[in-house]
Write a new protein. Structure first.
Lengths: 164, 297
């Protein structure tokens, strides 16, 4: 049997309506129904953070969110960061500081960092490491990610008009 | 996408009364509460379980997620998230162990969704917040159309993933007496393979009073050391009313095995768990309380 539910939410600023089984993972709805593959399917158990997206501004692992629970919510994925050819300050900093290598964890780091900075999170090494500890990287290591986020945060501090 | 997800049924009540009425009308049909979903979703997708019925509580956050003082007690709504617990200044003052435990439940992305009620009702002996409720002598408020009842947390878990929650009941709140007395000593420790987001080999929460150099109301509570969270009662009784001398600390540590029944599993061994439990109790009783051992005694 296939009970489906109609779910309405805002996805990267656009109103969308999908029909899905209520316990389907938000991750699958984003990737397969909405065609946004920026959130990655990693461990599927909430450990690796590769599927991190923002639900009403809060970072969550979309592999553990049943789509029924995002009815009416505002979802932001990594695809929302760049405006046309203009990269988000976090993306620009990841590029400049080599914060990404294979790219599998990049969207998870970007969205986790985005939420942390938007909520005025501390950017000291210790606080940032704790804030980013839910995203696993298996190639580039964490120092460059940390430096990139700190660079983006400093840049945003210097340019009050930036989007961070 | 595993086809199995289609088999699940979900009902989303609009308020608490609606939820309780629904549970009463559909008793014994297997409806289970769905809070943050961080355990439920792992179960469904890793184990490919299907055909379950879920009472989705996502619209009940307003009435059920608050943290507040209620007379002499602190009341934590069952839908408060781990992030809410971690950030609450009220809880930090009332018992810092709660925030410490909430901060080690997965990573922030999980803490933003996982609820304290889910951690409790899920009934895993490895639940990271659970020994804290045991050490605090916390009470759980269970609601149904038949009324509300209060159950000591210690009596809530009856076995591995078994609880006294009836099929028409919802856990609505956790209640406990705040502990801000400076003479109290508290301790929380999660032992896992790595610092961030491991599953516990064991969890330990402890509270003890120390008056005039004598221990009282000693609570030594463990997770992952048996089928339920468990208090080391023999060691507690041994320590009660005595000064935390080194010989007492040793005796208490050696007495733990009377209550703790850990197993060998993929996360650790019974032997290692016993050894670490003894060390944690030593550290709590001797290390944390050691400053207060009167020199001449």
């Amino acid at each position: 049997m296939s009970e489906r539910t109609t779910i309405r939410f805002t996805l990267n600023g656009h109103a969308v309506e999908v029909s899905a089984p209520p316990m389907q993972r938000l991750l699958d709805v984003l990737r397969e129904t909405c065609g946004l593959t920026g959130a990655k399917n990693g461990c599927g158990e909430g450990d690796c953070g590769a599927c991190t997206v923002l639900v009403d501004g809060i970072a969550v692992v979309s592999c553990l969110v049943p789509v029924i629970q995002i009815d009416g919510a505002e979802i932001r994925t990594v695809e929302s960061l760049a405006q046309g050819d203009c990269l988000h300050p976090l993306q620009q900093a990841f590029l400049e500081r080599d914060g990404t290598q294979c790219g599998s964890c990049a969207s998870g780091f970007l969205m986790t960092a985005c939420s942390h900075l938007e909520h005025g999170g501390d950017t000291s090494d210790a606080e940032l490491r704790a804030a980013l500890s839910g995203v696993l990287c298996r190639c580039t290591g964490y120092n460059r990610v940390l430096e990139a986020v700190q660079q983006a945060a400093e840049g945003a501090g210097h340019h009050a008009g930036d989007r961070l | 996408m595993p086809a199995i997800v289609s088999d699940h049924r979900v009902h989303t009540p609009s308020d608490v009364d609606d939820a309780l009425r629904f549970l009463a009308d559909h008793r014994d049909e297997g409806w289970r509460p769905l809070a943050g979903g961080t355990d439920v979703m792992v179960g469904i997708y890793r184990d490919h379980t299907g055909g379950q019925r879920w009472l989705n509580l996502s619209r009940l956050q307003a009435p059920l997620a608050g943290i507040r003082r209620e007379d002499d007690l602190i009341r934590i709504g069952a839908l408060a998230t781990m992030a809410d617990l971690r950030k609450s200044s009220l809880l930090a003052a009332a018992c810092p162990l709660i925030g410490q435990a909430a901060a080690v439940v997965g990573a922030t992305q999980v803490q933003n969704r996982a609820t304290v009620g889910g951690n409790i009702v899920n009934g895993s002996p490895a639940g990271d917040t659970l020994p804290v409720w045991l050490a605090l002598d916390a009470e759980l408020e269970l609601a149904s159309t038949r009324g509300r009842r209060q159950v000591p947390y210690e009596q809530f878990m009856t076995g591995y993933r078994r609880t006294v929650l009836e099929s028409d009941e919802l856990l609505t709140a956790i209640l406990f007496r705040p502990r801000s007395d400076e003479r109290l000593r508290m301790y929380f420790r999660k032992v896992a393979p790595r610092a961030a987001q491991g599953i516990s080999k064991l969890v330990f929460a402890a509270i003890a009073g120390l008056e005039d150099g004598y221990l009282h109301e000693v609570r030594l509570a463990f997770g992952s050391m048996g089928p339920t969270t468990i208090r080391a009662r023999a060691a507690e009784q041994l320590a009660e009313g005595k000064p935390p001398s080194l010989s007492l600390v040793e005796k208490a540590a050696e007495t733990l095995a009377r209550d703790l029944t850990p197993i060998d599993d993929h996360r650790s061994t019974a032997d290692y768990r016993h050894r670490v439990a003894r060390n944690l109790v030593r550290e709590f009783l001797a290390g944390n309380l050691g400053d207060h051992i009167p020199a001449a005694r």
